[in-house]
Design a protein around this ligand. Structure first.
Ligand code: ASP
Length: 323
């Protein structure tokens, strides 16, 4: 038995690669790293790896994490610049007993010494997005900027189970478009952006990091699964509760979308937004993209239509012009 689940449609090519590894009795660490690298390397995704959207200063600062559910080893990088595959650096760091989470220059020095591939991660398309955004923002009132400060963010987060029963979790993201230099979201933070324990299962998040962190929501889902809850129920409850708490205490809740899988290969997904997509492959199921929405505290998933899939790629790769 094996399985892999990931946030967003963009992960489907990656999890397809991972499924070949898992089918051939491969390791959950190799599978998840391969899958996430595939997303990092694809230039048309605006929120992960090369092509990721920059911060206020037009720099692409990336966050990534890797966790081994057997040993509970965690490695993470935050606000790292100019390296092609942050997930591989995070995985390498997970083998360190101390200094396993590095930020900024420290992460870059480590990656350089370890021989990881350097790359200018600011693509021409990302530069155009940046310039257009600067122009748009100039036309907006301060009030409008308050309401929607950042758009265009999606983290790839995955949970993987291999035939030996080992589970892993991984994340990679450029975080929020136009974030402040040095801003770190939930994605490299254990318990918030990801958590996995091979004795139970794992979870990973995408959405507004600042709000996801308020609920340590990936850990919360694993905790609920440990109590015997099915991953779907655990996701529904954790997302509904955090969304409710945030609205009650703060008047609003940011985007919260979670994926989870337990060590039996059962999975669940929940979100408080419209149009959240995710991808799953297991030994019993070819890679499939689903769309989901919350109806009365329970998320209902629907296989994405061919038309939706075609349109997705068309919009991602459409020519981009400077305004
Ligand atoms: N959670 C990420 C962050 O806040 C962004 C995202 O998943 O959309 O950095």
């Amino acid at each position: 038995m094996w399985g892999i689940i990931a946030t967003w449609r963009m992960a489907v090519e990656g999890i397809t690669e991972a499924s070949y590894i898992l089918e051939n009795h491969g390791d959950a660490g190799d599978a998840i790293e391969t899958a996430i690298k595939e997303v990092e390397n694809f230039p048309y995704y605006k929120s992960v790896g090369f092509g990721g959207l920059p911060n206020e200063e037009m720099e692409v600062e990336l966050d990534a994490a890797y966790m081994d559910g057997n040993t509970l080893d965690i490695g993470a990088v935050a606000a790292i610049k100019d390296f092609a595959n942050p997930i591989s650096i995070a995985r390498r760091l997970s083998k360190e007993k101390v200094n396993s989470m590095l930020v900024g220059e420290g992460a870059e020095k480590f990656a350089h010494k370890e021989g990881f591939e350097r790359k200018n991660m600011l693509s021409d398309r990302a530069k155009i997005h940046y310039k257009n955004r600067v122009k748009e923002d100039c036309l907006k009132s301060l009030e409008e900027l308050e309401i929607k400060p950042y758009t265009g963010h999606d983290t790839v987060g995955m949970v993987c189970l291999d035939e030996s029963g080992k589970m892993t979790a991984g994340t990679s993201t450029s975080g929020l478009f136009m974030k402040k230099k040095g801003r770190v979201g939930d994605s490299p933070i254990s318990g918030s952006g990801f958590y996995v324990d091979s004795k139970v299962g794992g979870a990973s998040a995408t959405g507004l990091g600042e709000d996801l962190m308020k609920g340590c929501i990936s850990y919360e889902i694993v905790r609920l699964m440990k109590e015997g809850m099915h991953p779907q129920k655990a996701c529904d409850i954790a997302v509904t509760n955090l969304d409710k708490e945030l609205k009650e205490r703060r008047g609003k809740a940011g985007d919260l979308s979670l994926i989870a899988m337990n060590n039996k290969g059962e999975w669940g997904v929940a979100t408080n937004i419209e149009g959240f997509s995710f991808a799953v492959a297991t030994d019993k199921q070819e890679p499939i993209v689903y769309l989901t929405k919350m109806i009365d505290g329970h998320c209902v998933h629907e296989v994405a239509s061919q038309e939706w899939l075609d349109n997705y790629m068309k919009t991602r790769t459409a020519p981009l012009v400077e305004k």
